[in-house]
Design a protein around this ligand. Sequence first.
Ligand code: SF4
Length: 229
Amino acid sequence: MARSFVGEARRPVGRRRDRIRPIIERLAAEHADARIALRFRNDVELLFSVLLSAQTTDVNVNRVTERLFEKYRRLEDYLAVPQEELERDIYATGFFRQKAKSLRGSARLLLEDFDGRVPRTLPELLRLPGVARKTANVVAAELGNPQGVVVDTHVRRLSQRLGLTRREDPVRIERDLIPLVPRADWGRFPHLLIWHGRRVCLARRPLCELCVVNGLCPSSRVVPGAPLG
Ligand code: SF4
């Protein structure tokens, strides 16, 4: 079971509904460069990068796809090689057998049912082999049609610390965030929390004294009115 951060949210800072907009605005000003860290040049590369990113880091995926996307330029290329060759080409991302199956299965279905294009809706994306709700959410959001709020480990931790949810599992956390976060922000909101989580609200030692939302955060370790030190 992942560590919970719900218990850290103890300071009275007002209602979630009143805090969400200023939280988004301040984080957006602070992390203007917050975007998906995967590198891709088109919709298919986006989808396949996200599929490869399960259980590994974005840096690792980018290292692998730099060569992969040079070799496999069209969907047909993924079907033209033996499965084992594709497995070797993505080996370093881990779970390479399952991922190779997902890439080939998705390439086939995209060609057969979608004219070689990546669909934009959740039900269509979920038809692709290996695409679960989180992958579908990330891809749809990146294609400009966010269908929900992506909840990864950073989004979970920051949502709990910021007192936006008291839930533990990602599906329920997303259910809390959807009515709270304005729809226009569904796409960028996870990126803002992810970047803030990587740079400031670190899991072990959050840098509350440097945090632009510390006045809005019930978990802030900065005592209001006390000198910073
Ligand atoms: S770093 Fe910011 S968001 Fe994280 S606990 Fe501290 S005040 Fe809250």
